[in-house]
Design a binder for this molecule. Sequence first.
Ligand SMILES: [Zn+2]
Length: 236
Amino acid sequence: MNNQEKSRRIIHSIFKTGVKIGKALLQFFFPIYCLKCRREGKFLCAECADDLPSADTYSLPDWILASFDYKNETVSQLVWRLKYAKQTAVATEMVQIWHSRIIIWQKLAEIDRRQKILAIPTPLHWSKKMRRGFNQAEILAQNLIKLEPDRWEEQKNLLKKIKNTKAQVKTKDRTERLENLADAFVLKKNAGQMVRGRTILLIDDVVTTGATLTELRRLLLGAGAKKVLAITFAHG
Ligand SMILES: [Zn+2]
């Protein structure tokens, strides 16, 4: 080993030690605890992740694949941390837990594998995105794509929300929900070229009635998309 190689190894090991110390300090000053059992290290430990209850999806159309039950406290806390506490690091864990619930990915595997799937996060109105600082659906989509980059291609700018609607949960009935959503979204100009003949996967954190996703799907199919499915972390 020559001197140059020796110094390179020394610098490398100092750097690695530095990273380890950095991580340990971060964990020391800002420890992460399992939301359910309070074990230190992750937002949700492996055991508690296995216990997360699946969503009951009988009321949703079959093209919406929702994974977890939003009524479960741990599930809603994960979503809350992602959305309101700005703990975007929680998204990485959510996506790993999500991806391990294999049934959904088996369904997706039936999709044509010759082309990349267009992954479209549900858009937020610009004012809401500005207030929150990010779109949680985009963050989930980005993390999902990282897991299978050869399979998906993110297209976050094809759809735009132009009306600041009230939360679908707060609407009284189906008629009000539909009125609330009327003309709320538009497809960008030239979107037709991008979506024609393509398989599209809409991505969102939570689905309630499915009305928003249905509206987005209608627009995309109208522009020539071949197939539109949606996945959401939770249903409730
Ligand atoms: Zn735990």
